[in-house]
Design a protein around this ligand. Sequence first.
Ligand SMILES: *Cc1c(COP(=O)(O)O)cnc(C)c1O
Ligand SMILES: [Zn+2]
Length: 564
Amino acid sequence: MSENLYVECLDCGYQEDYCPNEFYCPKCNGKWRIARYGENPALGKKLLERIQHRPFDLWRYIELLPIKERPDISMSEGGTPLHHAKDLGMMLGLKNLYIKDERQNPTNSFKDRQAVITMSALQKEGINEAVLASTGNVAISYAAYSSRASIKLWAFLPSLVPVEKMREVAIYGTQVIKVTASYDQTKAVAAQFAKQQTGSLYLEKGTQSVPTLEAMKTVGFEIAEQLAEKLPKEGAATPWRTPDWYFQALSGGVGAVGVMKGYRELRRMGLVDSVPKIAGIQSAGCAPMVHAWKNNQDVADPVLKPYTKIATLATGDPGRTYTLLRKWMLEERGGTFESATDEEAFRAMHVLAEMEGMSMEPASAVAFAGLIKMTRAGLIDPDEVIVVNCTGHTLPTEKIILDKQWAHSVKLPAPNEDNAKTSTKYPEDGILSALSRVTPDKYSHIAIVDDHPHARRLIRRILQSQGEYTFYEAKNGEEAIQIAQEKQPDLMILDLMMPKQDGFSVLDQLCARPETASIPVIVVTAKELTAQEKNHLQGRIHSLLQKGDFMDDELLGEVKSLTK
Ligand SMILES: *Cc1c(COP(=O)(O)O)cnc(C)c1O
Ligand SMILES: [Zn+2]
């Protein structure tokens, strides 16, 4: 197992055995060496055979990891599910949109992969102290695993890290050092601290730490296996499958580089045929890689003063990580760097919670905001296979994205002492009167007409998430007319393409009858309309939304304005 492991210098190519506490190339003094395993089709075949009998977590790829066996400190890292995001996909017009649910790691982020491998490598080497600088999640994860490995950890955190996260680090017994400076400066302080200590102390160096990069590639390995199973490709030449796009929010770039390295290894071993296009999404207030990419630079200019509420992504100076990522992207199928504002990220966070039932941290929402932006700009083909990395740690951001009306309150009068002995119940009318504040007596009535149940459900959910409505659903033209006549809805949301009586015919009939002629109609359609059809709709409908190209806020805005 990992019998063939060695490290290779990225500058001069010099190869030697791996030792966790040696950071420099003895030949050229280069600072960046990456792990190699002599990956070839024979190793691929061996892995494929052995893997069948192993549980689905990151340890199944042990031949391609820098430690030799599943360590005692493991809490079952990786092996996270890949969800098909049907509703978000439908909203964006993407059939094959998947979410890699990294929230399900022991401390809710994909950093657990690197923490467990790093801490067990240190344990094996007898190294008892480690130092890191972090924007939050790495510290939380390393704190948990250092405690399991009995390794003393010093965590240097820039002061912009939310205090809730700092406390979470401290609770594991990690020494927290709060630095009033940027993250890049904090890294320099941590490195200086490490240098001053005597004895063997490990300094975490992100992409330039072998265990870290090796751990992150397992995200890509799992996706390749999961896609082959969930979305098998006719006549595929390789046993596993590569997505067309891998979306990941970028700070230091460890995740993106790791996944790319992983796919390059899988391809050399004959397990996949290509490397995904990477969409690296940064927070607009700290987007050095995006700027460099758009200006065609192979070295990124550091952002000295990051300006974002999303502390997790506040690496201002990506250093050589950007240069390597760009090089690999240009060697492979390409990819892109894009940015998203905090507002776009918070909005995406809310959409994902409402549409997919997944509450994620703002840093992950940045990746989804990038996806939404790129899809709307026409940069993603509707048939492409897309995977987005999603991690946890929602707190403490909810307070930023929820409006003041996020909860109803119900107050009951204090129970009467005398009654309490005979009955613990409140009189029913008291409860009803308290509840009357929660349920107003009249909701707007909305008819949803679409022959696809999934589309009706999606529209209903979008509206329900933001307001109180009574819904009628119709699956064809006849039902739509009937509902219009009998229920007199305040609004109809109408699909155009339906078998037998289509939406045009429904509109004709509504207009022809005085009792239904004034019901406002919003058309939601997947059909590209001809000029003639558009003319036909003119004046008869309130607005036209293109399916796969409307966001929930557009629909909500229209509905709110029509049902006031
Ligand atoms: C760490 C982290 C990132 C950034 O990852 P890098 O590998 O440092 O670029 C993005 N999103 C989340 C949720 C993270 O925890
Ligand atoms: Zn070298």
